[in-house]
Design a protein around this ligand. Sequence first.
Ligand SMILES: O=c1ccn([C@@H]2O[C@H](COP(=O)(O)OP(=O)(O)O[C@H]3O[C@H](CO)[C@@H](O)[C@H](O)[C@H]3O)[C@@H](O)[C@H]2O)c(=O)[nH]1
Ligand SMILES: [Mn+2]
Length: 766
Amino acid sequence: MEGTISPCGAALAKLTAQGKKIKMEARASHAPTLHTVHISRRTAVNGVYAAIYAAAIMALLYHHALTLLHSTTLSSSFFISLCLLISDLVLASMWAMTQTFRMRLVYRNEFPENIKKVAKESEFPALDVFICTADPQKEPAMSVVNTAISVMAYDYPTEKLSVYVSDDGGSALTLFALMEAAKFASHWLPFCRKNNVVERSPEAYFAANHYSSSLKSESQKIKIMYDSMKDRVEKVVERGKVGQAELEHINGGTEVEAFKKYWSEGFTRSQHPSVIEVILQNTQDKDITGHFLPNLIYVSRQKSTTSPHNFKAGALNVLIRVSATMTNAPIFLVLDCDMYSNDPKTPLRQLCYFLGHQAIPNLGFVQFPQRFHGINKNDIYASEYKYIFRLDPKGFDGLAGSNFNGTGCFFHRRALFGSPLSFQPPEIAELEPYNIVKRPIKSQEVLALADRVSSCTYEKHTYWGSKIGFRYGSLVEDYYTSFRLHCGGWTSIFCDPERPAFLGDAPINLVDILNQTKRWSIGLLEVGFSKYSPITFGIRSLGLRMGLAYSNIAFWPTWSIPITIYAFLPQLALIKGFPIFPKVSETWFLLYMFLGLGAYGHNLIIYVLEEGTVQNWWNDQRMWMIRGLSSYLFGLVEYFLKCFGISTQGFNVTSKVVEDEQSKRYEQGIFEFGVPSPIFVPLTMAAILNLVSFFVGIVQIIRGSKLMEELFVQMFIAGYFALNFWPIYDSVFLRSDKGKLPSKTTVLAAFLTWIVYKASGFILRN
Ligand SMILES: O=c1ccn([C@@H]2O[C@H](COP(=O)(O)OP(=O)(O)O[C@H]3O[C@H](CO)[C@@H](O)[C@H](O)[C@H]3O)[C@@H](O)[C@H]2O)c(=O)[nH]1
Ligand SMILES: [Mn+2]
């Protein structure tokens, strides 16, 4: 960076200089509004409710303390009270931490139509788009193609737009698919421009099937073209190899060379050189109407079994560097391959926060929510993650800023290089943010440098992953990186427009979903128990509220403690006719009622007010319970096993492949278990125990041996769990399709439940 200006100053100046100029002009004239913000009107009500609820929690803890003191040491009542105290302590702390971001939600509005009034198109910052894919078996090539095409077709000056696809699968199939995509794009982009198409993912456009009659013949023509491209790609994927015929279909020449050069003998997924192919170049390649096309670059970083590759964070860091050598746009968008653009104006929308008189100071990134298509009626697996992806970020936005969710996020490149006040220079000047690339992207020098910075040993003895780029050390690189950026003083915005900016695929079978949340759980605990734990380092750097907000997420897996205890203990006691909660006639009973109904009721209201339905909420709370007995529980256990070096966990990519039969069952709202997996076992045990205990309880009450009054709370809890576990009973007793819970799992779970019941006899004694 030049002379005396600090690099940081230069970097920020570049984006905000315009802003300052416009700010001055704005005072004189009436500058157009780029964004507005308002705070939820429910903030005060939430505050009052939280105060009352907190008082109730204190009373409950007092009640627990009393019971503990009155129980004789090591008797069963002592053990029970201790378990209940631990459960309630976890629930209470999680509740308290949640309040930091549930109390005050921030709603924003942008006016992208005004952006051209504050900056000319030629003044827009360049935009690099990073798309990650990792496994051609689990992530269909056509999905990568659609994602790439949908962003290539952004309403953004093409000379400023570059799309980089990172392929950690190192697959010739993906490169082939992208070459096909490039050819199709030369027809598709002009078609979209001419007809003002909003769905710029061709798959989504043709699926919506809403052609007007004037468009019909034209769109039919392009659909035929798309289908034949799709056919070619899928055939190649099926065969697992790019054949001679396909190679001839591609232009021939240099592109064909690439396949021969790289995918020869000795090239494996985990051991291969870097492959960097410039498929389209925005100064040379034109669409059929003579407009230039955006850059499209395929990057498969070098892999070696002896160098750690740090999963997605590693892939993104390679993209930061490779793009720096070629285009070095000040803003880049991070996208997963399963998430296509659903609104071509999104780049203009995010600019509302980066440009002009209303530019947000120290803005590190603008996060759009993950939203999904193809979710079934009532969203049985709560795949929408309404709280995580849409509600909670609005609360974070009211503090230091939304957290990063891994995809659909626009970054200020400079934010990945140290804090706003202290720039952390990369090891070579060419990678500095705002370094201007003077050579064409296909030049020998650029390609050689790109190759060098994508090598698997490049990061040795550098700050990549610690002070520069996406941070390493957690399987949830998104959560961890945004946490560290916020700690460093960057802020962020949550941008949730009415029309979803991006739409993604959600997994539709339970084992994938539970393993996904298990991976997240391990990743979160890796941060929670690190030296950068949000509870210590976080609170010190970000203050109490933001520190606790991040801590809440880090410790999600601890929910498994109360959920498991509440799913087993009251039920075991119930079978033995052992009351463990206050009687209905006692005052303490009212407290339990208030705490239970209050928590669920409040949760329901928030959910429904944020465009939710009661059925969806029901499924959401059910999944929380299910995760508590599977993902969170396994995540917690596996994290500790990993700490003791007993096992290791990698980034197990979620499958995006959908089988027809599975998809039919999903449409009907039927749970998909299918494969035997240990992750189903505790869940099935809980299901069995709750059902049995509920019936035993009824028998006891009918026989008059126990008073309903004494066992009411336990009956209620067992009944509530059992109601939630209906899909499991359905699967065990009524279904015979391939997606049912495997009998092996049921038998094992029944056997283990019996053992737990027998073992509980030693503790639950009068
Ligand atoms: O070694 C790897 C592993 C994964 N990926 C990519 O990472 C993305 C996310 O992987 P996926 O299997 O879809 O994980 P999910 O759990 O569905 O993803 C959520 O959780 C991840 C980890 O927190 C975030 O990175 C994602 O953005 C977020 O959607 C995909 O595009 C993958 O291709 C890589 O590039 N390299
Ligand atoms: Mn995903």
